[in-house]
Structure formats: structure tokens, C-alpha cells
Design a protein around this ligand. Structure first.
Ligand code: AHM
Ligand code: MG
Length: 335
């Protein structure tokens, strides 16, 4: 089939041949994510019209205010997957603990766990800037037929079966990998279908964009400060361009298309960084590597880190290979 007019549903069926296990469970899981994404998209697009803005009053486990749309997106993704009994467990950035799903006959027969950041960058909602959903899928490691355990979620990122994001932007896109490259699908809102619009997405090896919250400069480690000075130096093809939306999915998406690096380092005010290994860094790192890019914590590969807790934070350097390598050279001077 030609790529023209290929819908996400058709693409998933066509690509079933890549999957080692062809029970259809994985395809149905992707279809459920697609459905939940459309529901959240509808609500996000209406955010300015209805009284849904502002903090819901709750505080999530990281001690941050939850916006109402965070809560909504979390409920939609959780309920869609729970009702369809398609995974054996879900962990969400918005929930303290993972949720066990027993499956159709209470027999725990499903084999996948999903981790999700239902609405990343939610501080951007009330100013009409793009937000996103990030998801990550693993095969469980505890035996089928038993309830999931925390170790099913604390797997290294290199064990991911699939990962992706939805960006609710000027147009809404779903971008995912199942380990065979990265493909992007754009939602046609009139019809409600995602179409393959960006086949085989790939980071340019080099880039000229750096994305970091420079307001925190004084708090950054010396390696990061030195790399930023390098980006700003007038030499060769530099200075680079600074672009920071403050919405990881959107910053990543732009950098993948144009070439660039995203950095959320440790700092004196956030000694572990801000981003969560399981819900944000691992899925984005898997996508980056599948798209010819790279992701490290400044020193080592993100996907090789052994997680120790569900809401663990790590520093994150992600994007065009040569840029991540160059930043790594500066970091290596201060081990
Ligand atoms: P969130 O999960 O609470 O939305 O936080 C993650 C977001 C990322 O999308 C974004 O890149 C970063 O936080 C921005 O943080 P800061 O405002 O500190 O630059
Ligand atoms: Mg987040």
C-alpha cells in the first residue's frame, strides 16, 4: 500500500508483521491509545471555551498543582485502557502508585504494562501553547496469570516495546515507535482519523537549536554553562538559535524536524533534574534513538539506567547526535 492516505489504523495492521507476538493485543493497545488521544484532543481544543482552566486544587506526587485538564486526560487514558482490559497495569505521572488491571476473567492474562504522562507541559494550557501526552509500553516480566508488580514498571528503557507522544498543537499529531523507526500521523479533525504524514522521522545529525530554561543558568552545573557559552560563541556555524517552549513534547518535536538539542540538567535548585525517567525521559529517549538521535543524562545513555522508583527524576540531554555528543564532552570535564 502506498503511504498516501494511509491511516494510523491501517498502518498498525500493516506493521503487525514486525511484532514477535501476533496475538493482536499490541495492535489493540495502540488503537486504544489512539482513541483516548482523540478524546483528549477534543477537550484540549475546547480549553479556551469552557470553564476548565486553572488548578483543580489537587497536588500531584511531585508537589505540583494539577490543572483540570491534567486530571481529565489522566482519567481518559486510564479509563480507556482499564475498560478495554488491554494492559495488565498502568503507571501514570499523575498517580502515586501503579494500577493493577486483572483483565477479562480476573485472570491477569494481559502481557503489557503502560506508563503515561497524560498531559505534559500542562502549565502551558492556560496560555494556549502546545501540550502533549507521552506513553511507554513494556512486556511484563512477572508471569502471566499473576497480578503485576512494581518490577514490571521498573524496567530499563531499553526494554520498551513501544513509545510515543501526542502533540496537541497547531495540528494534532501522534508520533510513535515500536522499534522499527519513528512515524508521525496527523489528525484530520473533520474526519477524526490520523493519517501518516511524517514517515520515517529522523533527527538531522547536526542541528542549530538549543532548548533549555536559561533562566536557571546560575544554578546549572559548570559543564552545562560551558556548553551554553559554546552554543552562543561566534564561530563556524555558531551562535546557535535558542528555542524553548517549556513543553517537552513540542520542543522535542521541533528539534527532531529541524535539528537541535533539548536539555533539562541538574541544578542547585533541582539536584536530580526535573523530568521523570519512566514517564518522560525513557519514552523520548527511545523515540530519539529510533529517529537517529541520542539521549543521555549528560554522561550515560538514558535507556540503560536501572530505575529504582516510579517517580524517579533524571537530568536529560536529548536530540541530534552530534549536539548531544558535544554537550557530553563539556560535561565530561566535570565528572
Ligand atoms: P510537567 O510534567 O509538570 O508538565 O513538567 C514537565 C515539563 C516539560 O514538558 C518541560 O520541558 C519542562 O517541564 C519545563 O520546565 P521549566 O518550566 O522548569 O523549564
Ligand atoms: Mg510531565
Amino acid at each position: 500500500m502506498k503511504n498516501n492516505n494511509l491511516t494510523l489504523g491501517e498502518f498498525i495492521i500493516e506493521n503487525q508483521k514486525h511484532y514477535k507476538y501476533t496475538s493482536g493485543e499490541f495492535s489493540r493497545l495502540l488503537s486504544s491509545i489512539k482513541l483516548a488521544a482523540k478524546i483528549v484532543n477534543y477537550k484540549v481544543n475546547k480549553a479556551g471555551l469552557v470553564d476548565i482552566l486553572g488548578a483543580a486544587g489537587d497536588t500531584n506526587i511531585q508537589g505540583e498543582d494539577q490543572q483540570k485538564l491534567d486530571v481529565y486526560a489522566n482519567n481518559v487514558f486510564m479509563q480507556t485502557l482499564i475498560n478495554r482490559e488491554i494492559v495488565c497495569g498502568i503507571a501514570s505521572e499523575e498517580e502515586d502508585n501503579y494500577v493493577t488491571i486483572k483483565g477479562k476473567h480476573g485472570t491477569n492474562e494481559n502481557k503489557y504494562v503502560m506508563l503515561i504522562d497524560p498531559l505534559d507541559g500542562s502549565s502551558n494550557i492556560d496560555v494556549n501553547v502546545s501540550v502533549g501526552t507521552i506513553f511507554s509500553i513494556y512486556r511484563r516480566i512477572t508471569p502471566i496469570g499473576t497480578p503485576v508488580e512494581q518490577i514490571d514498571f521498573l524496567q530499563r528503557g531499553n526494554q520498551q516495546v513501544a513509545a510515543g507522544y501526542v502533540v496537541y498543537g497547531t495540528s494534532t499529531m501522534l508520533v510513535y515507535t515500536s522499534g522499527h523507526g519513528v512515524n508521525g500521523f496527523t489528525l484530520n479533525p473533520a474526519i477524526g482519523s490520523f493519517y501518516l504524514s511524517h514517515p520515517n522521522m529522523s533527527f538531522p545529525e547536526d542541528g542549530k537549536i538549543y532548548s533549555i530554561n536559561e533562566g536557571n543558568y546560575v544554578h546549572f552545573p559548570q559543564g552545562v554553562k560551558d556548553y551554553l557559552k559554546y552554543c552562543q560563541e561566534e564561530k563556524d556555524d555558531r551562535p546557535y538559535t535558542s528555542r524553548y517552549i517549556g513543553s517537552l513534547v513540542s520542543d522535542f518535536h521541533r528539534n527532531m524536524i529541524k535539528g537541535g538539542i533539548y536539555i533539562y540538567p541538574t541544578s542547585s535548585i533541582g539536584p536530580k533534574g526535573k523530568l521523570r525517567l519512566l514517564y518522560e525521559c525513557n519514552p523520548m529517549a527511545f523515540l530519539a534513538e529510533q529517529a537517529n538521535g541520542k539521549a543521555t543524562d549528560g554522561y550515560k545513555r538514558i535507556l540503560d539506567i536501572k530505575p529504582t522508583e516510579l517517580h524517579q527524576r533524571v537530568p536529560f540531554f536529548c536530540g541530534s547526535k552530534n549536539m548531544v555528543d558535544k554537550a557530553g564532552e563539556f560535561m565530561a570535564k566535570y565528572p
